[in-house]
Design a protein around this ligand. Structure first.
Ligand code: B1M
Length: 240
C-alpha cells in the first residue's frame, strides 16, 4: 500500500530519458523544501504524482532527504530556526497533497492506535508521516499532537483503549521523557493493556528495551509493519 500497485510496472516501462526527468522533478521538490518555497510545493508534488512518480520517492528521496539537509544547515549555522520552520511548513503542504491519496479506499479498521510527540518536543512531521502511513494501511489513529504530558497520554489510553500507543521524539532530551511516560503507564497498572512503540531520529533499536517499549521503527513504512505484527500478537495472545 506504501506504493501504488502498478508503479513497478510503470517504472520498468519508462525510458532512461524519462528517468532523468523524474530525478529532476524530485530535485525540484527537494529544493523547494530546503528553500522553504511553500508557494510552489503543492504544484510540484501534484505534477510529480501526475507524471507517475511513486509516493515513496517523493516522500523519502525528495522530502525527507531535504529535511536532513535542512538539519545539517542548521547545525552548521547556515540557517536558523525560522528557516527550519518554513521548510517544515513546506514539507507539510507537500504531504497534505499525498495524504488523501494514500488513505483512499482503506475502510476496514486494522486496530486502534493513539499517537503523540512527547512533552517538551514539538517536532511533528515524522509523527504525522507515520500516522499517514498507518491510516493508509487501515489503522484507526487518534493523534494527540505534540508536547504531550504523561497524564494526558494516560487519560487517552484509558478512554480510547488503543491496541497501540506510539510515542515520537526528535530531541535527544525527549528519550528520558518517553521512559518517564512509560513508567507512569506502568504505575497506573495499564502497561499490559497496550503495546507501546517508539520512533524518531535520535531513537535506535536499543532504546526499545531501555525505555520499556514493545517495539521501535526507524521509518513510517516500518512502523506499519511493526504495528501489524504487534496487533497480530495481541490477537494471538488473547485467543490463547
Ligand atoms: Co528541530 N531539531 N529543533 N525543528 N529539527 C532537529 C531534530 C535537530 C536534529 C536539528 C539539528 O541540530 N541538526 C536538533 C535536535 C538535536 C538533538 O536533540 N539531538 C533540533 C533542535 C536543536 C531544535 C530546537 C531546540 C532549536 C531551537 O529552538 N534552538 C527546537 C526544539 C523545539 C522543541 O521541540 N521543543 C527545534 C525546532 C524545530 C522547528 C519547530 C523549527 C521544526 C519542527 C517543525 C515541525 O515538526 N512541525 C524543526 C525541524 C524541521 C527539524 C529538522 C530539520 C527536521 C525534522 C523533520 O521533520 N524531519 C531536524 C533535523 C533532522 O532530523 N534532520 C531538527 C523529517 C521527518 C520525516 O523525519 O521526524 O525523523 P523524522 O521522522 C521519521 C523517523 O524518525 C520515523 O519515521 C519518520 C518518517 O520516516 N519516526 C517514527 C518518527 N516518529 C516516529 C514514531 C514511531 C515510529 C517511527 O512510532 C511511534
Amino acid at each position: 500500500e506504501w506504493e501504488r500497485k502498478n508503479i513497478d510496472e510503470r517504472l520498468e516501462r519508462i525510458s532512461e530519458r524519462e528517468k532523468e526527468d523524474m530525478d529532476e522533478r524530485l530535485e525540484r521538490i527537494s529544493e523547494a523544501v530546503i528553500g522553504g518555497k511553500h508557494g510552489e510545493i503543492e504544484d510540484l508534488v501534484k505534477a510529480a504524482i501526475e507524471d507517475g512518480l511513486d509516493f515513496d520517492s517523493i516522500i523519502n528521496d525528495a522530502m525527507i532527504g531535504a529535511m536532513d539537509v535542512v538539519g545539517e544547515k542548521y547545525s552548521n549555522n547556515e540557517i536558523y530556526v525560522p528557516e527550519m520552520l518554513v521548510s517544515a511548513i513546506t514539507m507539510k503542504k507537500g504531504l497534505d497533497i499525498i495524504n488523501p491519496l494514500i488513505r483512499e479506499g482503506k475502510k476496514e479498521a486494522k486496530g486502534k492506535i493513539v499517537m503523540c510527540t512527547v512533552k517538551g518536543d514539538i517536532h511533528d512531521i515524522g509523527k504525522n508521516l507515520v500516522i499517514m502511513m498507518l491510516q493508509g494501511a487501515g489503522f484507526d489513529v487518534l493523534d494527540l499532537g505534540v508536547d504531550m504530558t504523561a497524564d494526558k497520554v494516560i487519560e487517552q489510553v484509558i478512554k480510547v483503549k488503543p491496541d497501540i500507543l506510539g510515542m515520537s521524539a526528535l530531541l535527544t532530551s525527549s528519550i528520558p521523557v518517553i521512559k518517564a511516560h512509560i513508567e507512569a503507564i506502568v504505575e497506573k497498572g495499564l502497561r499490559d493493556s497496550v503495546k507501546i512503540i517508539i520512533g524518531g531520529a535520535p531513537i535506535t533499536e536499543e532504546w526499545t528495551e531501555k525505555v520499556g517499549a514493545d517495539g521501535y521503527a526507524p521509518d513510517a513504512g516500518k512502523a506499519v509493519v511493526l504495528a501489524r505484527r504487534l496487533v497480530a500478537q495481541s490477537v494471538n495472545v488473547s485467543a490463547a
